[in-house]
Each structure stands twice: as structure tokens, then as C-alpha cells.
Design a protein around this ligand. Structure first.
Ligand code: G16
Length: 549
């Protein structure tokens, strides 16, 4: 097969965001668009981690959204033309993000390409995405993504070959040019890893004795994983996994596991006969939402509860070395870390910032307010892992509900009452203007009183990685108040149109009587103060947020 060198010219804007390059499908469908980016990845990773691209083995798979199969065939041809030795591909082109991380690590691969726009909608008019994960199984760090972007700006040609499409549905080995394509069961390695971490016997027994779980796969990637693990291996009744078939457009829904988008699940969990545990995952399987009967566990609280109960899971029986959380995540985990006598690291938003801490053994559990929780078992956040961890805890604490666990946790550590308000689809200039104006005011804020809250400290969050010394600045505006309340303002790095303003609000409540109640009510004064401080209505024209989580 002849290798072709196809002339091309750069596209503007091929800069990976919080997690890879995410654009509308129509953008990716432009001639050469995907190819340019993939060639830039191949050029940059040649020699990365002291491994040449020639002869290397890479993982490849995606969340099954529209354009997944087309993109996989394109990437396979380009990989063969670039001298890659072996591509390990999930059957049907499917691999959840945590499973891809697992495959890279377990098979000792150089890295992998993951095709997903995560929780963003899918379909011909919706979103697609691609990212590169490195040898440790985690997202490429900023030095690598910046290099990829720089390369896209100077690219003049890409390599590919003309060949028949690979049969992505046939397990086993095929060849493409000089390259081996190995189509693997996308679930097997991941399911085995889960069995090594959690008490499957206890969970099986609990389910047999009447504990019930419902998992909403949202017509996204985790359906096959959840069916295999929850129904086949743990014995949950058939039908415990809802919306289990991955669809290219996620059934027209937004595959984002939160109270706004997982409405079917929320309705089930509000019924009088609700199961003990309700959970959902997102498009590519790395996010999770945890619910109990009439109870919602914020992702920040979930991290803290898992950390406090970690020894109940065999994989964490020896205890944890440390916790890491992103800056906008509440400080609930910090309190657990302090009680355990282990460090708690505060990183910028983005799972990629946890990689060095996990590799160095400084952190065992990590979490983000954006419905992400995970551990050192892979180098991505892991939705189903979090669900199994909760099920493991429920199995080992019989008689206690999710709500009981949460109340007991707050009684011991206090409650970090928390909410995130998202203003979506804003005019980009207006959103940037709001941030710039607030940033300019930060130095003068300490000592001022806003809506009854007195500012103790205000800054633009910057981070120095304690392992490799790399730095990141401009990671969100923080306003901290006397008494422990906090607001954070940030622009999302994962959207594909306009800008999304995220406002993160929290305050600490130690009194068990005052801890009960809805977070929005408990935070009402702080919410109002944030709107005034940043002049959200004036600058965005929005009277209320689009999504509250
Ligand atoms: C990605 C990153 C997460 C990050 C989230 C939110 O999640 O992997 O680490 O917290 O985006 O980012 P933003 O607030 O910038 O939109 P996912 O699930 O989209 O891959």
C-alpha cells in the first residue's frame, strides 16, 4: 500500500481545551481538519516518553457518538502511514475514557487517542472531540497539548494511505499496511480491574438480600460496562441499567449526569419505592452522579465520603496516601484528609493536573465538582468506579441509606454547603469582560463587605505542581470571606459555542440542625452577593443561571 503525503494548510483554533479538542461535528468534517490535528499529535508524540512513534503501540476508541467510526478509520490509516506498529481498538470503536486509560496501562502502550466530547450532546449538528493520553494512561499535560497546538499552526502535509476499512466489529487481529490492528473487548480489562478493587462478594450478597441499584447510562458508553458489571457479575436484576444501548446521538439527550439532565433517574429516586442507590454516567463514562432515595450527593461530598470510608473497599484497605481536588471543588475532602493525617492537594480544573500527584504516590483519591471522581487505579476520572465504590460502602454498612451516610458524614466533619451556577451560551466578549472587570477589582476587595459577607482574601488562582514544578495561572477568580464562605468565578474550557460562566458557591456549616435543607436555600445570601459582585445580570443580560448543580 502506498503511503500518501497530502498537502494541507493550518486551521486556526486547534487548541486543546480543558480536555482535548472539542468542536462541532461539522467543523471536524471539513476536509483535512481531523487529519491535521492527528498528524500534529503524531509529530509531537514521536520521541515523547523516550519512545519513538515508529513501531509504537497505541490505544484507540471513543464514546460511540456520531462521527466516531469515521474518525477511527481515518486515524487508523494515518497511524499505519506514520509507522505505528500496533493499534489496540475497542470493538465497535468503543472505549470509555477510564477503560482507555486502563487499556493503556495494562497493555503497556505508548499512549492512546480517545474520541469524545464527553458530556456534550452528539449527532450531526452537535459535538465531537479528540484527545491524546500519555503512557501513564492520563490526559497529556499542558506542555504536550501546547506543543500539539503549535504544530497545527505550521503543518504543511499529513501522511495517510488508501486502504479498505478495518472491520471494527470483529474481535482479533487484522493488518493495515504494515500495522497490526487488534480489536479487543472494550469491557473485559476494565471489569477485571473493578473486581480487583471492590468487594464483589459483599455487593453480590447485598443485592441478593434486597439492596437495589439503578444506573442510567444515558444511551452513552457505559451501558455495556454497567450491564456486564452490575447485572452479569453482581446479579442486579435485568433492567437495573437504564438507557443501556449506546446511541450516536445519545437519544437526543444531553449525556451529562446532573440533576438537570438525568431527569428520568431523578424521578425514580424521588418515588416512595426508590432503590437504595441511583447513579448515572456521562457520554464517555468518566463522570458520575450519586443519588439516594430523595438524596443528592454533591460530587464534592462524594469525594469526601469515599475518602472517609475508603478502607471498606479492598483496593483501598491499606488507607490512602492523600487526596487531590480541583480548586473549585468544595473543601469537604480537606476535612477528611486532615482527620486522616494525609495531605490534600488543590489543583486547577482538569484531570490532567492530577497525573503527577498520582504517579508520585502523593494522592490516592481525586475529585472534581464537575461530577468527576477517581483514584490511582487509572489516570482518568471514572464514573462506574465511583458507583461501585458507593455500592461497596452500602454493602458494608447495611441498614444505612445514602442519606444516612451523608448525615453521619456531616455530623462528624460539618457540611460544606455547595452549589454551582452555570450561565451558558454567553457572548464571549461579554463573559470575558465580566471576568476582566472582576479581576481588576480583586486587590481592593479584602476588607469590603458584600451582601453581608466580609472579604478576607481574593486572588486569581495560580498553581505550581509540587512534583514537576510546572506552573499554571489564570485558573479562576477566588473570593474568600471571613467565616469560611467562598465564591469562585471561571469560564468553562469545554464548551464549543459562546462562553459559559461558572460560579461556584460554598459555605461551611458545623451545626447539625442547620445543615439540613436545600443548598440553594442555605446559600441564598451568598448567591445574591455573587450576582452583585460580578454584576452578572448587567454584564450578561441573564436574570438566572441555565443550570444549577
Ligand atoms: C473535563 C475535564 C475535567 C473538568 C471538566 C470541566 O471534563 O476532564 O477535569 O473538571 O472538563 O471543565 P470546564 O469547567 O472547563 O467546562 P469532561 O468530563 O468534560 O472530560
Amino acid at each position: 500500500m502506498d503511503i500518501l503525503s497530502v498537502p494541507t494548510t493550518p486551521f486556526e483554533g486547534q487548541k486543546p481545551g480543558t480536555s482535548g479538542l472539542r468542536k462541532k461535528v461539522k467543523v471536524f468534517q471539513q476536509p483535512h481538519y481531523l487529519e491535521n490535528f492527528v498528524q500534529a499529535v503524531f509529530d509531537v508524540i514521536d520521541g515523547l516518553d523516550d519512545l519513538p512513534l515508529a513501531g509504537a503501540a497505541l490505544a484507540l476508541g471513543g464514546d460511540g457518538r456520531f462521527f466516531n467510526r469515521t474518525a477511527i478509520q481515518t486515524i487508523l490509516r494515518m497511524a499505519a502511514a506514520n509507522g505505528v506498529g500496533r493499534m489496540v481498538v475497542g470493538q465497535g470503536g468503543l472505549l470509555s475514557t477510564p477503560a482507555a486509560s486502563c487499556v493503556i496501562r495494562k497493555h503497556g502502550l505508548k499512549g492512546g487517542l480517545i474520541l469524545s466530547a464527553s458530556h456534550n450532546p452528539g449527532g450531526p449538528d452537535e459535538d465531537f472531540g479528540i484527545k491524546y493520553n500519555i503512557r501513564n494512561g492520563g490526559p497529556a499535560p499542558e506542555a504536550v497539548t501546547n506543543a500539539i497546538h503549535a504544530r497545527t499552526l505550521e503543518i504543511e502535509s499529513y501522511r495517510t494511505l488508501e486502504a479498505e476499512a478495518v472491520d471494527l466489529d470483529r474481535l482479533g487481529t487484522q493488518t493495515l499496511g504494515g500495522m497490526t490492528v487488534e480489536v479487543i473487548d472494550p469491557v473485559a480489562d476494565y471489569a477485571a480491574l473493578m473486581e480487583s478493587l471492590f468487594d464483589f462478594d459483599a455487593m453480590r450478597a447485598a443485592l441478593a438480600q434486597g439492596r437495589r441499584v439503578v444506573f442510567d447510562a444515558m444511551h452513552a458508553i457505559t451501558g455495556p460496562y454497567a450491564r456486564e458489571i452490575l447485572e452479569n457479575r453482581l446479579g442486579a436484576p435485568a433492567g437495573s441499567v437504564l438507557n443501556a444501548t449506546p446511541l450516536e446521538d445519545f437519544g437526543g439527550h444531553h449525556p451529562d449526569p446532573n440533576l438537570a439532565h438525568a431527569k428520568e433517574l431523578v424521578a425514580i429516586m424521588n418515588r416512595p419505592d426508590a432503590p437504595d442507590l441511583g447513579a448515572a454516567s456521562d457520554g464517555d463514562g468518566d463522570r458520575n452522579m450519586i443519588l439516594g432515595p430523595k438524596a443528592f450527593v454533591t460530587p464534592s461530598d462524594s469525594l469526601a465520603v469515599l475518602a472517609a470510608n475508603a478502607p471498606l473497599a479492598p483496593g483501598y484497605a491499606k488507607g490512602i496516601a492523600g487526596i487531590a481536588r480541583s480548586m473549585p471543588t468544595s473543601r469537604a475532602a480537606d476535612r477528611v484528609a486532615e482527620a486522616l493525617g494525609v495531605p490534600c492537594f488543590e489543583t486547577p480544573t482538569g484531570w490532567k493536573f492530577f497525573g503527577t500527584l498520582l504517579d508520585a504516590g502523593k494522592a490516592t483519591l481525586c475529585g472534581e465538582e464537575s461530577f468527576g471522581t477517581g483514584s490511582d487505579h487509572v489516570r482518568e476520572k471514572d464514573g462506574l468506579w465511583a458507583v461501585l465504590f458507593w455500592l461497596n460502602i452500602l454493602a458494608r454498612r447495611p441498614g444505612e441509606s445514602v442519606g444516612d451516610l451523608l448525615a453521619a458524614h456531616w455530623a462528624r466533619f460539618g457540611r460544606d454547603v455547595y452549589a454551582r451556577h452555570d450561565y451558558e451560551g454567553l457572548d464571549s466578549a461579554a463573559a470575558q469582560g465580566l471576568m476582566d472587570a472582576l479581576k481588576a477589582r480583586l486587590p481592593g476587595l479584602p476588607g469590603q463587605t458584600i451582601g453581608g459577607f466580609t472579604v478576607a482574601q481574593a486572588d486569581d488562582f495560580a498553581y505550581t505542581d509540587p512534583v514537576d514544578g510546572s506552573t499554571a495561572s489564570g485558573q479562576g477568580l477566588r473570593v474568600m470571606f471571613k467565616g469560611g464562605a467562598r465564591m469562585v468565578f471561571r469560564l468553562s474550557g469545554t464548551g464549543t459555542s459562546g462562553a459559559t460562566l461558572r460560579v461556584y458557591l460554598e459555605r461551611y456549616e458545623a451545626d447539625p440542625e442547620a445543615q439540613r435543607g436545600d443548598a440553594q436555600d442555605l446559600l441564598a445570601d451568598l448567591i445574591q452577593a455573587a450576582r452583585e459582585l460580578a454584576d452578572i445580570p448587567g454584564r450578561t443580560g441573564r436574570a438566572a443561571p441555565d443550570v444549577i448543580t
